[in-house]
Write a protein that binds this ligand. Sequence first.
Ligand code: AMP
Length: 193
Amino acid sequence: MKNICVYCSSSDAVDAIYLETARALGAQMAARGDTLIYGGADLGLMGALARAVHAGGGRVVGVIPQALQARGIAYAIADEVIITPDLRERKATMEARADAFIALPGGLGTLEELLEVLTLRQLQAHTKPIILLNTRGYYAPLFALFAHLYRERFAKPFENLYHVADSVAGIFDYLDAYKPFVAPSKWFALEER
Ligand code: AMP
């Protein structure tokens, strides 16, 4: 049983396949007894995921900034609702509570959250697993951008910084086998200079 932090889209305008994948993840988390830690909204993939966890009898923890909660978009029936003063504290609370991070397809908010935990992992600030669910190749352009950063030596290639799963089952295969390890130094070694 794990506390799994999921970052995903707040958009309802996306193709149904993305919403279905969020539901499939929620159902699987509930079946395993994992707790969902997420941004607390009842919108898009976020809402679909939370409702699926509940439908399967699982536990939902929503962490939502005051300003968003005041707009009435919170998933009000979460088992625990944590209201934070701002977005930064929300992210910190989600990170602290999580044993693992999963990013489903999402927009700028999802990218921001994902890049923060990747950056912290790279800086050896945590050793928690980070998994991207690459539904229909959604994240291919991001991986191409990462490859560009590596080629230009703005970042150091680090194969195990995150795991790419093509299916919900693939997420849990990785999680169940994961052994925490400290990331290698992000900086180019002196001998490489
Ligand atoms: P986006 O990918 O831009 O739709 O943003 C979704 C991500 O950012 C989620 O993982 C949330 O944690 C956070 N987020 C963005 N918009 C909202 C919202 N309206 N309510 C709650 N969380 C949100």
